[in-house]
Design a protein. Structure first.
Length: 311
């Protein structure tokens, strides 16, 4: 599945620089984290994502977090990996510094906007988008539709994601959803560009090859459908003409026809596959397609009038 493969590829892509690790962790924690005082919890169904988060925590906070695994009870429910950080003073300060949480008079809450102070470098903006995608992103199978989305619970965060994408020449749209906002792009170019930005290089290759196939298939289908329709029409018309001419021949003989009609009837029997235009060209002097058509209609009329006579 394209989505699962893309997510797996991005989860296994480990940024080298510390700056990017901070940015990507910030995005993941902002997207998936929640406060269960006195614990900050990050939940993900994806095992590779869970390993990545564990590694980020280790680098950034300097300790190994607790991870719990809740097994899905079959059917559609999947395993949940729950990574828990006890909100000590130091941990809270770090999370605030990373733009994941904020503290005000009313207490601690999730941050609304984007931590621009972390994102002055391009490498970090890429990492942040990757984090948002790993957190709550989705990409449709390109064989069905070109569609990529990032979900977020705040309109300010949604606007920030748009701005980030714009710094890579993609302008997503935002649509309100039941729970939050969907930042999305449609179109092969935009989806490919965002995959490239996030570092999903195999996914880009898959998408590009699907695009080529889709393009070729589309062209071939258009040509084949068009030609098939025309050929079928011509063949059906030709068959009913031949049918009529053969009946005339059987009942009264082609020689009883007017010379112009006899000529075209004989030509049609000799060249069943030809178009009316081509038949017209065989006469001397040549006659137009519509003139041939006129004679064919007269032949069919004559044949129909013979219906009662020994059909
Ligand atoms: Zn960076």
């Amino acid at each position: 599945m394209f989505y699962t493969e893309t997510k797996g590829e991005l989860a296994r892509t480990m940024p080298e620089s510390k700056c990017c690790k901070l940015s990507e962790f910030s995005a993941i924690a902002r997207s998936l984290g929640r406060l269960e005082m006195p614990v900050f919890e990050i939940r993900t169904e994806n095992a590779a994502s869970a390993r990545k988060i564990m590694s980020f925590v280790n680098v950034i906070f300097g300790f190994k977090p607790r991870m719990r695994l809740i097994h899905g009870k079959g059917g559609r429910s999947r395993n949940q990996h729950i990574i828990q950080l006890l909100l000590g003073k130091k941990t809270l300060e770090t999370l605030k510094g990373l733009g994941v949480m904020s503290e005000s008079g009313s207490g601690i809450s999730m941050e609304n906007g984007i931590p621009w102070h972390l994102l002055s470098r391009q490498c970090c903006r890429r990492a942040y988008l990757r984090g948002v995608f790993l957190g709550r992103g989705y990409v449709q199978n390109p064989e069905k539709e070109y569609h990529m989305e990032f979900m977020t619970d705040s309109s300010e965060h949604a606007k920030g994601i748009v701005q980030l994408a714009e710094s890579f020449n993609v302008t997503p749209k935002v649509a309100p959803r039941k729970k939050g906002y969907m930042v999305y792009v449609k179109g092969g170019d935009d989806v490919a560009q965002l995959l490239r930005v996030m570092g999903a290089h195999s996914a880009v290759l898959t998408l590009e090859s699907v695009r080529v196939l889709r393009g070729v298939r589309g062209d071939v289908n258009r040509v084949v459908n068009c030609e098939t329709a025309n050929v079928t029409k011509a063949v059906n018309a030709g068959l009913s003409q031949i049918d009529a001419i053969q009946r005339i021949e059987r009942i009264i003989g082609l020689k009883s026809l007017a010379p112009g009609l006899q000529e075209i009837a004989e030509l049609r029997l000799a060249n069943p596959e030809m178009t009316l235009r081509e038949l017209g060209q065989l006469l001397s002097p040549p006659i137009s397609k519509s003139a041939v058509n006129h004679r064919m209609r007269r032949l069919i009329h004559i044949a129909n009038s013979l219906n009662g006579k020994m059909g």
